[in-house]
Design a protein around this ligand. Structure first.
Ligand code: SF4
Ligand code: SF4
Length: 466
């Protein structure tokens, strides 16, 4: 990305905007943007938050719509249960996801960060707004923090931090409901703490982590911690659409808006694009890793352009090629190649999903048992079935054989139904009268049935004395 900006100061890449010359954190007092894009982001984030907090309450096929239960290796997407047996699907799904991220970023840059990343949504659309509401605009906050704190300041800050903590608690609960499910979360919250020490501990760890992120860590998450942000250096190219400053139009800057002989640019050097930037960068220096494409600088600059009677979009969505040569963003060979692989992988994934069995069963001969001769002139072999249903419902279940000359005899209680997502097992003998055994290794088919429907057929080898 080094050459993306030709008009920059030379030293801006040598330092982080949020760290001062002594290496200390510079607290970002971010001006609240005003403008069309900020309004759009606000509406979008309302819908986003309604979905995020509401989805754990939605059920499909009797299952939560989404569940990412890493503790039980159980995942639910759109009500469909995926278990460790689906590891091939999971692997291909992950590849599709990663490749999609690559292709999307190549074309649209960090649009996701600015519009749909939960970190940005919560920080800019929830926590920062609460801060403006309680402590006032950014410049007022900065002035107040620089002075010695008054009682009013202490009260305001305390209220803010209590609200931040409560919100973090709600977010932690929501996150946990996506991991362990709403029912389990309800149990943790309602039942005595002593019954759920681990659950409560995890809930509080999440709560403190969110509180720390939104109250203190803030933009450092995007600049330093987030791995997706670090990927930008290799993913973006001159055709990627990013938030970009039109340096050909803006430079040289014309702070005083004086009419001079020399042709001046449209940037009036008001610094508003820097003041509204949550990561504290100056977009006029060119595309930078710190830019989360939040579009706040576009709104700020458009307001300034309107105030001085100039055309908007001095800062806008665009590509480096678009700005430097006027060539609109195009689909490069790199994007085409990635897209072809993505389409192939998607097709495989869809194929696997469509043909996926709702039941996974394994039948094995019990170790150490070859055959057993019985007093009633039959021979029996001992087997164990492990079966799991991914259908979302409790399903009726029983086993049958493909012939009347053999029978099943269960060891202990036999199952009559399968709970969704729970691996069940049972042990049984297959008994065959000696006169019907025609070879030493007989192939017998076991029909796994749910009601009248055969859900799977498994072939086993029956060892007979021949
Ligand atoms: S440079 Fe503009 S788009 Fe990028 S983070 Fe700052 S305000 Fe947002
Ligand atoms: S907001 Fe626009 S006019 Fe003001 S400094 Fe930034 S680019 Fe220049």
């Amino acid at each position: 990305m080094e050459d993306l900006n030709t008009q920059s100061e030379s030293n801006f890449r040598d330092k982080i905007s949020t760290v001062d010359t002594r290496g200390k954190r510079k607290w970002m007092y971010v001006f609240q943007p005003k403008g069309k894009l900020y309004n759009l982001r606000t509406y979008f984030s309302i819908g986003y938050l309604v979905l995020l907090f509401g989805l754990p309450f939605v059920k499909w096929n009797g299952n939560p719509l989404f569940l990412f239960d890493v503790t039980k290796s159980k995942f639910i997407f759109f009500g469909q249960v995926f278990l460790p047996q689906d590891f091939v699907l999971f692997g291909i799904g992950m590849l599709v996801f990663l490749l999609f991220v690559v292709v999307f970023t190549l074309i649209f840059g960090r649009v996701f960060c600015g519009w749909a990343c939960p970190q940005t949504i919560f920080l800019e659309m929830v926590f920062r707004k609460i801060e403006y509401w309680i402590e006032g605009p950014a410049n007022k906050q900065q002035i107040a923090d620089a002075k010695s704190w008054t009682t009013e300041m202490y009260v305001r800050k305390t209220i803010k931090h209590i609200l931040f903590f409560l919100l973090s608690f709600i977010i932690a609960n929501t996150l946990l409901s996506y991991i362990i499910g709403l029912e389990e979360l309800r149990r943790i919250v309602r039942e005595p703490v002593s019954m759920h020490v681990l659950g409560i501990t995890i809930l509080m760890i999440f709560t403190f982590a969110f509180y720390a992120i939104y109250a203190f860590v803030r933009e450092i998450s995007c600049i330093v911690i987030c791995p997706y942000g670090r990927l930008q250096g290799v993913l973006l190219d001159r055709n990627s659409i990013v938030v970009i400053y039109d340096y050909l139009r803006g430079e040289p800057r014309n702070k005083k808006r004086k009419q001079t002989e020399e042709k001046k640019g449209d940037c009036i050097d008001c610094n508003m694009c820097v003041n509204v930037c949550p990561t504290g960068i100056d977009i006029r220096n060119g595309t930078q890793l710190e830019c989360v494409n939040c579009t706040a600088c576009i709104d700020a600059c458009n307001r300034m352009m309107e105030n001085v009677g100039l055309e908007p979009n001095l800062i806008r969505y665009g590509s480096e090629n678009d700005i430097s040569t006027g060539v609109k963003p195009k689909i490069t060979y790199r994007i085409k190649a990635y897209s072809v692989v993505l389409v192939i992988l998607c097709s495989i994934l869809v194929g696997l999903l469509v043909t996926r069995s709702m039941f996974d069963a394994t039948i094995l001969r019990v170790a150490g048992q070859v055959l057993q001769e019985n007093a009633d002139s039959t021979i029996s072999n001992l087997y164990k079935i492990k079966i799991v249903s991914k259908s979302g419902y409790t399903k009726p279940y029983h086993l049958e054989l493909d012939r009347n000359t053999a029978s099943i005899e269960y060891v202990g209680k036999n199952l009559d139904s399968l709970k969704s997502g729970v691996e069940s097992e049972e042990t049984f003998f297959i008994k065959v009268p000696k006169q019907h055994i025609t070879q030493r290794k007989e192939k017998i088919k076991i029909l796994i049935k749910s009601g009248d429907k055969i859900i799977q057929t498994k072939q086993i080898t029956f060892i007979g004395e021949y």
